[in-house]
Design a protein around this ligand. Structure first.
Ligand code: GDP
Length: 177
């Protein structure tokens, strides 16, 4: 692809983590391709996508890694986290168990990622208001107690997806420049 040849000033590796089914792949596809899929994908293996952002007069390439189902087998390796400057930790606001899974993901990050990795907690599927099982305040409180930003998102409705990525990317950009 011709676009692939485009130059950039900074490359930021960003990882998506969180329990299976919370919407990681759709968050990635919404951000990089502005697309959404109602089907749950079943293929296994790490997937990568990227998007260039202009910050100031610099081009930042956000290279985003998606577990692509490996979390189901607890098979995420150290290589997945290596070199990541930011992590988006996702739960599903309609499934409390995915929220209860957040501390385990934080422990994984502490173990494998750089101690300075920028983190944001995403409560996804905010469009499913009638099925909410995790109050927004709970998400906010958990994020605060772990020095993370927090935002509720909907990959389906494209709510706060750009904002979530831009927020961590800007945070990292401020640190590296
Ligand atoms: P992953 O396993 O974390 O990568 O999750 P997927 O992206 O495969 O999504 C799992 C399921 O949730 C799929 O059926 C998606 O269509 C659905 N889904 C993902 N994001 C949203 C969202 O924001 N709102 C709604 N209603 N469904 C979503």
């Amino acid at each position: 692809m011709a676009q692939e040849e485009e130059s950039y000033d900074y490359l930021f590796k960003i990882v998506l983590i969180g329990d299976s089914g919370v919407g990681k792949t759709n968050i990635l596809n919404r951000f990089t391709k502005d697309s959404f899929n109602f089907e749950s994908r079943s293929t296994i293996g790490v997937e990568l996508a990227w998007k260039n952002l202009i910050i100031g007069n610099k081009t930042v390439r956000a290279q985003i890694w998606d577990t692509a189902g490996q979390e189901r087998y607890r098979a995420i390796t150290k290589a997945y986290y290596r070199g990541a400057v930011a992590a988006l930790l996702v739960y599903d606001i309609t499934k409390h168990d995915t929220f209860e899974g957040v501390p385990r993901w934080l422990a994984e990050l502490k173990l494998h990622a750089d101690p300075n990795v920028a983190m944001i907690l995403l409560g996804n599927k905010s469009d499913l208001r009638h099925l909410r099982a995790v109050p927004m305040e709970e998400g906010k409180a958990l994020a605060e107690s772990n020095a993370m930003s927090f935002i509720e998102t909907s990959a389906l409705e494209a709510t706060n997806i750009d904002m979530a990525f831009e927020s961590v990317i800007n945070e990292v950009y401020k640190i590296v420049t």
